[in-house]
Design a protein around this ligand. Structure first.
Ligand code: SAM
Length: 234
């Protein structure tokens, strides 16, 4: 439990969320997300524990990534599934048109489709995906948005939801200050420190989510909030 960061700093906003922020700094932030996520987000572990058991070498599994940012998480999950000879088709969505514009300058494998869309629109279109994931999305949202997201994710998921985020901690915050010299000309360090202060502990998140969701800590300073659709094929 944090001793210094005892409460979520919900008043803090991340610089990248400002629609008028500097485009060069924003694009550098999207680019640098790849190395930050490699450093802290533990997606290889999350893939192995929560995603891989749901994939098949014969049948294509569909996966939705909500808020793909720079796109490195869908790219990594795609690469891990291909390395395991498992069939996966990924859709990434973003509500920020600047992320789409950034991503449109990159080459994407055929197994990944990126869209400018919200979960609300996908629910309205009655879309369904076997798996629904996100990275660093939960701490961005206020409590009403979080409730809406969990409800919409449940309407979109056929089998499992896996939301990966930061677990608030004093040491996590102190350690992240050390990234400053390595992430220049971007919002990475400033927004990362704000994100840590906005993030949840497992108990806080569990108290906000519906009862049938699970929240599991992942070492160090990560948490997984998830939901398994009852009676879905395993
Ligand atoms: C901190 S960024 C994380 C980006 C990426 N997932 C990563 O971990 O590097 C959160 C992203 O979620 C997007 N976002 C926020 N709410 C969203 C929503 N309801 N649907 C889709 N994207 C959303 C924001 O535009 C932002 O790019």
């Amino acid at each position: 439990m944090p001793v210094i960061l005892t409460r979520r700093a919900t008043h803090l906003r991340e610089f990248m969320d400002d629609p008028h922020c500097d485009q060069k700094l924003l694009y550098n932030t999207y680019r640098q997300f790849a190395s930050v996520n490699r450093l802290v987000s533990r997606w290889q572990t999350v893939y192995r524990r929560f995603i891989k058991p749901k994939l098949s070498p014969e049948r294509t599994t569909t996966l939705l990534d909500i808020g793909f940012g720079g796109g490195d998480v869908p790219l990594l999950v795609d690469r891990l599934a291909k390395a395991d000879d498992l069939k996966l088709s990924i859709t990434g969505i973003e509500t920020d048109p600047r992320a789409l514009e950034y991503a449109s300058r990159m080459a994407w494998p055929e197994s990944i489709t990126l869209k400018h869309a919200s979960t609300t629109e996908l629910v309205r279109q009655r879309r369904r995906y076997d798996l629904v994931i996100s990275n660093h999305l939960l701490h961005h949202l206020d409590e009403n948005e979080l409730r809406q997201l969990t409800s919409e994710a449940q309407q979109l998921a056929n089998r499992r939801i896996v939301f990966n985020d930061i677990h608030r901690g004093d040491l996590a915050w102190m350690a992240f200050t050390l990234t400053r010299p390595f992430y220049r000309n971007s919002f990475i360090t400033a927004d990362g420190l704000r994100s840590i202060r906005r993030s949840y502990t497992t108990g806080e998140l569990k108290a906000l989510l519906p009862e049938d969701w699970f929240v599991q800590p992942v070492f160090p300073y990560r948490l997984i909030a998830g939901y398994d659709v009852p009676n879905a094929e395993s």
